[in-house]
Design a protein around this ligand. Structure first.
Ligand code: PLP
Length: 402
């Protein structure tokens, strides 16, 4: 008998399953709207020019391959914190932000979950929005936290259920942890307004909740890294201590390089040093120290004014292309085809994804009849649409909902 004979087969990953179905479909009209990775106007993966130039500089510098410190490349972590918190951030200027490089956003969330499970002195329950990025749930459970939900999305309005959100945060036990998507909420594409963020900040203060921000899309939502950091910077300005996960997968297109950072704001430099020492104790037995190349790329871009400027233009270019696709899709559905239903949410949603409001049956019809692949919750990756396929997509949606 094999040692593993009792191991049950687990369910396939829902997103990767879509990519497989897409690959197996040989119809020339096929469209993959499942995966959350940027595609250019030709539907191709896109390597940023700023990244190519950074790699040339790194290659010319003939760097060695020595290990990084446990918490990563110091220049990178410092620049990542500057990007998120802003140059004028008070805790940053007091040397009071503990930050470690991480295996992209996922790794940052995992370090954060582990740190909170071990050192957060209050509740071990984290409230996540319903719905949220699917991986949040097993990730926080595996880190040792209990996961509960707060209301977020209103199916009727295809928008934010702000009353439900406030009520659920108000009713959460004092000291609970709350996960907030800093911008470009995945999977809904629905973000709180700046005024709603202020109300959320007030409730978090009143109920002594601990805010953990997941910022996987800084710059990718609005095209401006400053604007997308509003919630994080506002909370810090209000005196909240926060945890923050950052990813450079989307905004630098560094998906497979796995570049990210996890940080905590602390009271002062002395406290920051103690927190740093405990971050090292969490990281060391997990993977010892993080990979080198991606951190060098991100750091080269963040520390070279010319490359930084080029990068900012490219982030804006990606965000703008997606915003244009939203506008075009809205026009096609609502004006050209007069598709039944209300479609303005396609325009008002932000970031990589749109929750279309299509139901499971309609999604199935789109896959089987139109060769269009998306998750069964009706979420589409806007980046998969382009000038050549958007009309076909809109026409197929129109047929599916009639
Ligand atoms: N958080 C959210 C909300 C995401 O959508 C993603 C990626 O899809 C991540 C975190 C983590 O991505 P990565 O680990 O590739 O940085």
């Amino acid at each position: 008998l094999s040692t593993w004979s009792a191991v049950p087969a687990g369910p396939p990953d829902p997103i990767l399953g879509i990519t497989e179905a897409f690959k197996a479909d040989k119809d020339p009209r096929r469209i993959n709207l499942g995966v959350g990775a940027y595609r250019d106007e030709d539907g191709k993966p896109y390597v940023l020019n700023a990244v190519k130039k950074a790699e040339e500089k790194i290659s010319a510098a003939k760097l060695d391959k020595e290990y990084l410190p446990i918490t990563g490349l110091p220049g990178f972590t410092s620049n990542a914190a500057k990007l998120a918190y802003g140059a004028a951030s008070v805790p940053r200027n007091q040397n009071a932000i503990a930050v470690t490089q991480s295996i992209s956003g996922t790794g940052a969330l995992r370090i954060g979950g582990a740190f909170l499970a071990r050192h957060y002195p209050h509740s071990k329950t984290i409230y996540v929005p319903s719905p949220t990025w699917g991986n949040h749930i097993p990730l926080f459970k595996d880190s040792g936290l209990e996961v509960k939900y707060y209301r977020y999305f209103d199916k009727k309005t295809v928008g934010l259920d702000f009353e439900g959100l406030k009520e659920d945060l108000q009713n959460a036990p004092e000291g609970s942890i709350v996960l907030l998507h800093a911008c470009a909420h995945n999977p809904t594409g629905v973000d709180p307004t700046q005024s709603q963020w202020k109300d959320i900040s007030d409730i978090v203060a009143e109920k002594k909740l601990f805010p953990f921000f997941d910022m996987a899309y800084q710059g990718f939502a609005s095209g401006s890294t400053d604007r997308d950091a509003f919630a994080v910077r506002y909370f810090v300005s209000q005196g909240h201590q926060i945890a923050l996960s950052q990813s450079f997968a989307k905004n630098m297109g560094l998906y497979g390089e796995r570049v990210g950072a996890f940080s905590l704001t602390t009271a002062n430099e002395e406290e920051r040093k103690r927190v740093d020492s405990q971050l090292k104790i969490i990281v060391r037995p997990m993977y010892s120290n993080p990979p080198l190349h991606g951190a060098h790329i991100a750091n080269t871009i963040l520390s070279d004014p010319e490359l930084y400027q080029e990068w900012e233009g490219e982030v804006k270019g990606m965000a703008d292309r997606i915003i244009n696709m939203r506008e075009r899709l809205y026009q096609l559905l609502s004006n050209d085809f007069r598709t039944p239903g209300e479609w303005s949410h396609v325009k008002s949603q932000i970031g990589m994804f749109s929750f279309t409001g299509l139901n499971k049956e309609q999604c199935k019809v789109l896959a089987e009849k139109a060769h269009i692949y998306m998750t069964m919750d009706g979420r589409i990756s806007m980046a998969g649409l382009n000038g050549r396929n958007i009309e076909y997509f809109a026409k197929s949606v129109d047929a599916a909902v009639r």
